[in-house]
Design a protein around this ligand. Structure first.
Ligand code: AMP
Length: 399
């Protein structure tokens, strides 16, 4: 047997239904805010991440899947998607269209981390980027969209941890900084806690304009009812952030409790050779989001796509069963057809195994009268209904 690669995993049904529903709600919600989808390659030049995420970051330093191609190019499986989006923005001169670009993405990311629960080497992120506007109202609207999305999934009681990172330093200082005492703030090592307590708080180091940006962000957040708390020690593991940074954590995920992170990156586009255009975005860890999703959402996702098991009782019923299946599907009913004609016993057993809730038995004594049997598998209750009333019965969800 050949097993999957360590740190990667197969997503199987019915779990894939939860992922699909999360993704379609993400698309729906982001579209309501004027965001369009972007898809960038999984493979990028290694230099892209060195220049954006930062050479001293953990990601670039030790977590990238990098290799040299047969043609001699140094490439990397993307560890995150913001750099790729910014690269595409510059490469396709998207700034020249004159519009602020609001883009979202869904897709796999790769980091060579030590696998544990909630931490994978291949994982999925859902993210959005607003490139162009610099004003704090944009930061606020992005957070409003994020909470709209999380609320549609049924999350309650989540809070954004918010901070603003120091920006007044020049490029040399920033390079020195990235070599990087700030990383210490990100440690989970209790031995360093004392040291961190003595470190200066970000907000105390801010220049006037950044402080104003921070304060002007809070008003709209209050107005929109977005729950936040200022977390002066919050820093993020990627170098491109300026000013606003944020994170949302969910309980019940153990040590890996961050479901998403984001922030403003006002220098990223110009650092990648583009115009001086600011931006802000977030990345949700989809695997963790699904793991933390409320039970009611997970159940709804699994049940929403439940197919009715349609069982042809005898081989003589096959053609009729195929026709009935098509008819039901045209009416929007999902049908899992068992055309084998093995009789009710084996047909029902395998329908039960597949988790079907309702079965329709076609053939037997009922054949001559144009009737079918609708059966609820859990309770074994059943009813014989005329074919003409079948659709109604199925839509009611009861025999
Ligand atoms: P980052 O791109 O580091 O800002 O991470 C954003 C989000 O992606 C985190 O909050 C996690 O939910 C998720 N994430 C990051 N790394 C992993 C990983 N190795 N496995 C699963 N999810 C991850």
């Amino acid at each position: 047997m050949i097993a999957s690669v360590k740190g990667t995993r197969d997503l199987l049904p019915p779990e894939t239904r939860v992922f699909s529903l999360v993704e379609s709600i993400a698309r729906e919600t982001f579209a309501l805010y004027g965001f369009d989808e972007i898809r960038t390659p999984h493979l990028e030049l290694t230099e892209l991440f060195v220049r954006s995420v930062g050479a001293s970051s953990d990601i670039v330093h030790k977590e990238m899947y990098s290799f040299t191609t047969k043609g001699g190019q140094d490439v990397t499986l993307r560890p995150e998607n913001t750099a790729g989006v910014a690269r595409a923005y510059v490469e396709h001169r998207m700034a020249q269209s004159g519009f602020a670009r609001k883009l979202y993405y869904l897709g796999a990311q790769f980091r060579y981390e030590r696998p544990q629960e909630g931490r994978y080497r291949e994982f999925r992120q859902i993210g959005a980027e607003a490139i162009g506007p610099a004003d704090p109202a944009t930061d606020a609207e992005l957070l409003v969209m994020l909470f709209d999305f999380l609320t549609r999934l049924g999350f309650e009681g989540l809070t954004v941890a918010l901070n603003t990172v120091v920006e007044k330093l020049g490029e040399d200082d920033r390079r020195r900084l990235t070599q990087n005492p700030l990383r210490v703030l990100d440690t989970k090592d209790p031995a360093l806690a004392g040291l961190i307590a003595g470190a200066p708080r970000m907000l105390e180091l801010l220049d006037e304009e950044s402080l104003r940006h921070h304060e002007e962000l809070l008003g709209p957040l209050d107005a929109a009812g977005i729950p936040y708390r200022i977390e002066p020690r919050l820093v993020r593991g990627l170098d491109y952030y300026t000013r606003t940074v944020f994170e949302v954590t969910a309980s019940g995920l153990g040590a890996q409790d961050a479901i998403l992170g984001g922030g403003r990156y006002d220098r990223l586009v110009s650092d990648l050779g583009g115009p001086k255009v600011p931006g802000i975005g977030f990345a949700i860890g989809e695997d963790r989001l699904v793991a933390a999703a409320p039970e009611a959402f997970r159940r709804a996702a699994v049940e929403a796509t439940d197919a009715v098991a349609l069982i042809a009782l005898e081989s003589a019923d096959r053609a009729d069963a195929l026709a009935l299946a098509s008819e039901l599907r045209r009416a929007g009913v999902a049908v899992d057809l068992d055309p084998s004609g093995r009789g009710p016993g084996p047909g029902l057993k395998s329908a039960e195994k597949r988790g079907a809730r309702l079965a329709v038995l076609l053939g037997g004594r009922e054949r001559e009268n144009g009737m079918v049997v609708v059966k609820e598998l859990a309770t074994r209750s059943q009813r014989t209904v005329p074919r003409a009333e079948l659709l109604d019965a199925l839509k009611r969800g009861q025999p």
